[in-house]
Design a binder for this molecule. Structure first.
Ligand code: PHE
Length: 457
């Protein structure tokens, strides 16, 4: 199939390839870095519980909606809305434009953190952690992010790597990379779990993750959990719309979405089970925030035989997970620029990446020279993070649900999500339609307004 500019449209070639690419987008720093640090900052198990509800009631329906939009339109995130909004006067495609902007906003800080991960893989490999104590791992991290040159250089290395995969294309780049690497990540995470759970004093960490204290759930905490659900599942901005447009006509969209949501959540919980037992065993504080991963994981591996090897493997795999997610983020503007503006894939990739690196430097320097520079009371890093997860993705989520639920409507939903009636899932689709029409948009709006303090319930 050709797009507006006569480019051949590539796509994912197998059912497994679809699962790998979409799961490869979902699994990333969100699981290994954001989920544990936010759980720690928001009080543990009660946050996890609210997060799980958000994934099931909101994240999953939005993901199915994006798949429906993308596959039905066979176009990028802006083109898809344009094609489907036909004759309508409402400018729905602005939802798509906002999604492209969100991809930049996320990449501004994501590439910085991915740079830390790449740097840590390199440090581990070259033995920077051999023989250090648990306390020293904290110093190593604060010294590293307190410097400017290293983190900036690694951010660009990250961008070059991601660009190279994107330029290789959808099938040879995205599909092939994710299919080989995800299973390895899973196995490595299990090894970490075994090590962390057998440390003396590990039980306190497990309890922290699974025994809820609901007094800690406030409106901003619920909004944070919702924002994390959007960020985690890569929804609310058109990543899954873009990937949906690469999904073949015979694939089962709701079932793929369910598998992604389930596997992604499992990876987050496993990451939590690798980190919190160690946090408590070594006497660290669970609310350390973004540094949690970079301090506890080296500390954990120092205590085991072949620690350096495993530590290296862990950060290499975290780097791979981050890369899979970044590929999907960069693909959003690239698909848009090539299809809507006729740019070549190389030009679209390189210019987008350059913009991400340039503005992204502000986020990276937020832990060093710009640590005192605050915009709306936040560092650039925190601002990009807060705006994307807590505002842009939820608002995008509302619009995507409304578009699918009301503009496309039940008939198109039934047709697209059952592959023209060949999958017998009518009951599931009735529930889905009700959720995207009423439940999800209202719930997101209420959480958003409450979390921002606009209303008090
Ligand atoms: N889901 C990815 C992660 O958890 C981040 C992401 C967000 C990717 C939005 C694409 C779109 O790391």
């Amino acid at each position: 199939m050709n797009d507006n500019h006569g480019h051949m449209r590539e796509g994912f070639t197998t059912t497994l390839g679809v699962l790998a690419a979409t799961l490869g987008s979902a699994v990333g720093l969100g699981n290994i870095w954001k989920f544990p640090s936010m759980t720690g900052q928001n009080g543990g198990a009660a946050f996890v519980f609210v997060y799980l509800l958000c994934v099931l009631l909101i994240g999953l329906p939005v993901m199915i909606s994006e798949f429906i939009i993308g596959r039905r339109a066979q176009a990028n995130n802006v083109g898809a809305f344009r094609k489907l909004e036909t004759a309508g006067r409402a400018p729905w495609h602005l939802t798509g434009v906002a999604g492209v902007a969100a991809a930049f906003l996320i990449m501004f800080f994501y590439t910085g953190v991915a740079g830390w991960v790449y740097a840590y893989a390199f440090k581990a490999l070259t033995g920077a952690f051999s023989g250090v104590t648990a306390a020293e791992t904290a110093d190593i991290f604060s010294t590293y992010i307190g410097s400017a040159a290293g983190p900036l250089a690694w951010q660009w290395i990250v961008l070059v790597t991601v660009s190279a995969i994107i330029i290789a294309g959808v099938t040879k780049g995205i599909e092939r990379m994710t299919k080989t690497l995800l299973p390895i990540l899973f196995v490595l995470l299990l090894i970490c779990n075994i090590r962390a759970l057998t440390l003396p004093g590990a039980g306190a960490g497990v309890e922290y993750l699974f025994r809820p204290d609901f007094t800690k759930v406030t409106a901003p905490v619920v909004l944070a959990a919702l924002g994390l659900a959007f960020f985690k599942l890569s929804v609310g901005m058109g990543t899954m719309t873009t990937y949906g447009s690469y999904i073949g006509r015979r694939e089962n969209l709701p079932s793929n979405a369910l598998k992604v949501a389930f596997a992604d959540t499992l990876v987050s919980l496993l990451a939590g089970l690798a980190i919190f037992p160690a946090v408590f065993a070594f006497g660290f504080e669970p609310d350390a925030g973004p540094s949690l991963l970079f301090i506890t994981i080296p500390a954990v591996f120092q205590t085991m035989p072949l620690g350096q090897l495993f530590l290296t493997m862990f950060f290499v795999l975290a780097a791979i997970a981050a890369t899979g997610a970044m590929i999907s983020l960069l693909e959003v503007p690239v698909a848009y620029l090539t299809e809507e503006h006729g740019w070549s894939r190389v030009k679209a990739t390189l210019l987008s990446a350059a913009a991400m690196g340039t503005v992204g430097a502000l986020a990276t320097l937020s832990t060093s020279v710009l640590s005192e520079t605050l915009v709306f009371g936040r560092t650039f890093f925190d601002l990009f993070d807060f705006l994307s997860s807590n505002i842009v993705l939820p608002v995008g989520g509302i619009l995507i649900c409304l578009f699918v639920g009301w503009k496309l409507g039940p008939k198109a939903i039934a047709d697209e999500a059952s592959n023209g009636g060949s999958i017998r899932n009518a009951a599931v689709l009735r529930v889905f339609t009700f959720v995207v029409r009423y439940v999800a948009p209202v719930a997101i709006l209420l959480v958003l307004l409450n979390g921002l303090g606009v209303i008090k319930a």
